[in-house]
Write a protein of this length. Structure first.
Ligand code: FAD
Length: 372
């Protein structure tokens, strides 16, 4: 049984960019350093293979979520960006991943813009419509016999004998195991996974469908893109040919006007032929970042496991980590064989201050015209 406080996809799952990435921000060779040799290797294999599981899941359950498995382009900005993608290409190449660094010329052809100094093409990856994916997963779970209750916030939990009694919405549920999958949007009796994360706001603006001519010259192969800057931008087309363009920041207060104005100017800079830009919709959400940029499995109490901390990479990792936790509960995978250790949550220093810093910092950078 799943209990959801609001509705399916209310959290990051329904707000994200839709980039189905392989691996994490952490370079492949850093995994064993962060997790030890065994966990490092297993986590890297699991997360590197996560997009394949997403594509298979979509196919198996016929999820109508606009899957485009044509790769992603991690676009290099300046010499530092080129060095970063070259290193990523080298490290993934050592593992035989279908990833290669593209020259500025190849990148310009694929992106339809000459502002980038190169890019990393990852053919494991691609894009989806994320809310449709979340809803499709819920539909598949219901078809397989799961009960899903929305508008059912878990407010309290009590151990009674070998069971957990959860108070949710108007009712209560008795369970052998509890999986806390509330990530950055947690409002549950187990907030530890949320509290160890720093929340980074990220917004998206979507244009109306672009003209056929523009769609033919911009991302003709429909890769999903983001860049190597610290205050990064991302862009992709949706099925109707809308350009979905995003960056760090919250669309609230003064941020709304600052980020909208910046997004228009930045799009014009990247795609000078785009013409007058309007936005047909906009949204933002909170990305939960952990201190080593890797996801977490936590044991919060007896038979209570949290899985969280996807660092803006939740589509693939969330899909595969959910399976691992289910297999563990069903006795199919022993704790020591899991791809991530079951740990205690960390206590970060002053998260509220750092979160305000990111929100204000992104506004200042965009107001000052980063990219322009
Ligand atoms: C703007 C943005 C862009 C992103 N871009 C990408 C991207 O391109 N690619 C990618 O892979 N990842 C991306 N991410 C990250 C990704 O969306 C998240 O990692 C992922 O959604 C986490 O999934 P989840 O199911 O664990 O948590 P969520 O999707 O956040 O869901 C948590 C749910 O828990 C519910 N909840 C909270 N408290 C309770 C309670 N007490 N009782 C019951 N339910 C409760 C909430 O209502 C919420 O629906 C992005 C995130 C954001 C915000």
């Amino acid at each position: 049984m799943a209990l959801e406080a609001v509705e399916i996809g209310f959290g990051g799952a329904g707000r994200n960019v839709g980039l189905v990435n392989a691996g994490m921000w952490v370079m492949p060779r850093e995994f064993p350093k962060a997790l030890g040799a065994d966990y490092g290797e297993r986590a890297l294999a699991l997360l590197g293979g996560a997009p394949a599981v997403v594509w298979d899941t979509i196919e198996k359950h016929q999820i109508d979520c606009d899957p485009v498995h044509n790769g992603t382009l991690h676009c290099a900005v300046g010499a530092a960006g080129v060095a970063e993608i070259a290193e990523r290409a080298r490290q993934w190449g050592e593992r035989g991943a279908p990833v290669r660094a593209l020259s500025a010329e190849e990148t310009a052809k694929r992106v339809g813009s000459n502002v980038f100094a190169g890019s990393l093409l990852d053919m494991r990856a691609g894009t989806i419509q994320p809310l449709a994916y979340a809803r499709g997963l819920a539909r598949a779970a219901i078809a397989a016999g799961a009960a899903i209750h929305t508008q059912a916030p878990v407010r309290a939990a009590k151990r009674t004998g070998a069971k957990w009694m959860l108070q949710a919405g108007e009712g209560s549920v008795v369970a052998d195991w509890v999986v806390v999958a509330t990530d950055a949007y947690d409002a549950s009796p187990w907030p530890q996974g949320r509290r160890e994360q720093i929340l980074l706001p990220y917004f998206n603006f979507a244009t109306p469908p672009l003209s056929a001519d523009l769609q033919a010259s911009i991302l003709p192969a429909r890769e999903g893109c983001w860049d190597t800057k610290a205050i990064l931008s991302s862009f992709r087309f949706d099925r109707a040919g809308r350009m979905v363009f995003g960056s760090i920041g919250a669309l609230r207060g003064t941020g709304l006007a600052v980020h909208r104005s910046w997004a228009k100017r930045a799009l014009k800079k990247i795609f000078p032929r785009i013409g007058a830009i309007t936005f047909e919709s906009q949204w933002y959400g909170m990305i939960g970042m952990t201190n080593n940029a890797l996801p977490r499995f936590h044991r919060l109490a007896e038979n209570v496991i949290a899985v969280c901390g996807y660092n803006g990479r939740g589509i693939g990792p969330g899909t595969v980590c959910g399976r691992v936790v289910a297999d563990h509960i069903l006795g199919r995978i022993a704790e020591q064989d899991m791809p991530l250790p079951l740990t205690e949550p960390d206590t970060p220093a002053l998260p509220a201050v750092r979160e305000a810093y990111y929100e204000v910092g992104a506004q200042l950078a965009h107001a000052a015209g980063a990219w322009l």
